[in-house]
Design a protein around this ligand. Sequence first.
Ligand code: GLN
Length: 504
Amino acid sequence: MTNIIKLSANDIAEKLNSGELTSVEVTQAFLDRIAAVDGTINAFVTVTADDALTTAREVDELRAQGATLHPLAGVPIAIKDVVVTDGVQTTAGSKMLEGWIPPYDATLVEKIKEAKLPILGKTNMDEFAMGSSTEHSAYGNTLNPWDTDRIPGGSGGGSAAALAAFEAPLAIGTDTGGSIRQPGAVTGTVGVKPTYGSVSRYGLIAMASSLDQAGPVTRTVVDAALLHELIGGHDPKDSTSLPDPAEGYVAAAQQGLTGDLTGVRIGIVKELTGEGYQPGVQARFEESINTLRAAGAEIVEVSCPSFTSALAAYYLIMPAEASSNLAKFDGMRFGLRVEPTEGPVTAERVMAATRGAGFGDEVKRRIIIGTYALSSGYYDAYYGSAQKVRTLIQRDFTAAFEKADVLVSPTSPTTAFKFGEKLDDPLAMYLNDIATIPANLAGVPGMSIPNGLSDDGMPVGFQILAPIREDARMYRIGAALESALEKQWGEPLINRAPELEAQA
Ligand code: GLN
């Protein structure tokens, strides 16, 4: 019998189409898996079993009637809890929004509903998407299915862990500085941050509006391409949305699967490899480069000197934008309201009491940094300088893409670390994103694909960056590397994830 939960989304879609499986069977299989293991993994904040089964039944009926359906119709999906869902609690991982039921759907959720993908639930994350380990969630830690003493990455640890624990075949993440790609790297899954503006931000609870981008979290490159085509495209409700149609990604991935990369120039970013990268991560990276060379690619080295300042610039620009975006959580409009225990109940005092009780330490830290960086007198020295560095990073990308079609690096300098290891050291936590942040500052697309295990037995990720609007290139090269690696291993890496004990 087919083990439904281990199938890729594309395989499930084919089996739904051929009538070998029904969406109800598939959806139930994932709901059963969630019931069995999510008590341990805690990938989900909210599970919407009834809604998922209702959609699944609808798809099965429509298919029986011979209706034309979206290729992914009936394939279940999980959604990061920072994306608003009409009628379903959306917390952004914060106590501030506990119990908040949005009155509308994000554009990408509308698209998912129109295409009739059963929504399994909302996944756990660092509070307001701030973090690299999901330890900053108000809803408890999400555990890495490869080793439950270790973090699943962040901020989108819930979506990545749901995929790695076979609780969902597809998920949505958001990436402001790496929150799709880094969790992908440390859980052995695929994560794609599309070109900024490729997927609508309407209905994402904003962290840093000029950096945030939603994208696919999957187990294969083709699945990511399928999901990107579904959620992408122009949206008049998002003023930064690009006019481009979301197409050509699946075709590019399929072209990549043929394995021929003759004529493709791949640039190794000198500043994003070598020193500071865990030996096992660096070794897998070099092996993957050899694999790409064997597929016909030309390997060149490029230098992007400003990338060494990317982290510093990010940790000024991101908190500056976040401090402004989070001002709306004032105890009046959404979710939590805390009144002062003594003294007058004025708007300002309610706001202070609510924000004091509702926000966690990391969120408070960033609001303080952000308001400081934006304050008059310091604006030029901090925020203004960071914006200049951002321009230099964009120029580095432009120059590098003249020498190479795509740029590559390890996704994350280390494999998944143990819980608590970096929690009291914000700078050590921030360093996880050293290789992913430049893409957000420049708006370029990035992908992480699993490229082996380190000496500690934990998965490693390989990052591919492409020029703005050239997302198709990374699907092609990602799929080529994925298929070459699977041939070497004899199976997809994710199959080596330990079986999780089902709970009684
Ligand atoms: N880890 C980074 C941060 O803490 C990125 C977060 C994200 O991409 N949402 O800001």
